[in-house]
Design a protein around this ligand. Structure first.
Ligand code: UDP
Length: 320
């Protein structure tokens, strides 16, 4: 039987690099694409030595079939600028990777007759008025707000993906990824888990934005990857939330991280981020019913793995 192949955009990113590894481990031939706007070549160091992995440094908006070189069975569009700090710094790139790059990847999948998997986001629900968030909820997004470049780019990419499915019969899967954490997030990524871990390790204050009573539900990266792989390999065509329903306030997240690090950091309150969603919690009934998927990694374990990763990064930096 010939080796199955998958094209993954955003291959050097946090989630993209874990997915590349998993597909290689599962026997696939993987072609990864990244332009390193937020991706990190270090995330691919081990993969680069593997015979079933090839990397193209390219922009998913313009990369051509010739540059990719191999027709793939699955096209996974994981590229995106997902941290609020980054998408505010790169608003146009954020909109382009959701629009132009999604067109490009859908055209390739359509030409090749491949499955198409879109990394979407819980941000399509905006500041949700329905709890927990079910896939049928349309969301509450401010189209000209400070997060709109990300939210609307993903909403557009979902509409585009759905249009290719309806118009051309493409086999498409849209995965709405909720807050995910784990090794390979960048220390300066700006998101809550890396910020609090780095601050706790340095014994500097943990910066809680706003009241800290806003909630998030944190999923460990290996749980997410298990779900994405299952959905990608299936014949399911539709939209699925993937996330851990364990909803916590930001203050609870800060306290949990500080306790696990054993840090003496105090918690300080900073101005709220504008349009910051007040609550976020995935309804995962579809993932559970169709794929028997449930997150397995307890927060304490996932945080320990992630703290260890950041502690090692800091040690290696000192040594170099
Ligand atoms: N947050 C915080 N301190 C930080 C970073 C984030 O209080 O140093 C809050 C942020 O305001 C939001 C939540 O943590 O309410 C999650 O933010 P993150 O940037 O991780 O991702 P989001 O879920 O907002 O996309």
């Amino acid at each position: 039987m010939s080796q199955k192949s998958v094209l993954i955009t955003g291959a050097a990113g946090f989630i993209g690099s874990h997915l590349c590894e998993r597909f290689v481990d599962d026997g696939y031939f993987v072609i990864g694409i990244d332009n390193f706007i937020t991706g990190n070549p270090d995330n691919l160091a081990d993969l680069m030595r593997h015979g079933s992995f090839e990397f193209r440094r390219a922009d998913a908006c313009v990369v051509t079939e010739d540059e990719i070189g191999t027709k793939c069975d699955i096209v996974m569009h994981m590229a995106g600028i997902a941290s609020p700090v980054d998408y505010v710094a790169f608003p146009i790139e954020t909109l382009k990777v959701g629009s132009t790059a999604t067109f490009n990847m859908l055209d390739l999948a359509n030409k090749w007759g491949s499955k198409f998997v879109l990394a979407s986001t819980s941000e399509v629900y905006g500041n949700p008025l329905v709890h927990p968030q079910v896939e049928s909820y349309f969301g509450n997004v401010n189209p000209i707000g400070p997060r709109s470049m990300y939210d609307e780019s993903k909403r557009f990419s979902e509409a585009l993906t759905t249009s290719y499915k309806n118009k051309f019969g493409l086999d498409t899967k849209i995965i709405r990824i909720f807050n995910t954490y784990g090794p390979r997030m960048r220390p300066n990524d700006g998101r809550v888990v890396p910020n609090f871990i780095v601050q706790a390790l340095n014994n500097t204050p943990l910066t809680v934005y706003g009241t800290g009573l806003q909630t998030r539900s944190l999923c460990y990266v290996s749980d997410l990857v298990n779900g994405i792989v299952q959905i990608s390999n299936s014949d399911f065509r539709g939209v699925v939330n993937l996330g851990n329903p364990n909803e916590m306030t930001v203050i609870q997240i800060a306290t949990a991280i500080r306790d696990l690090v054993g840090s003496s950091s105090e918690i300080v309150f900073m101005p709220a981020s504008p349009d910051d969603p007040e609550r976020r919690n995935p309804d995962i009934s579809i993932a559970h019913t169709h794929f028997n998927w449930l997150p397995k990694i307890a927060l304490e374990d996932g945080l320990k793995f992630t703290i260890e990763y950041f502690a090692n990064l800091a040690t290696n930096k000192q040594d170099s």
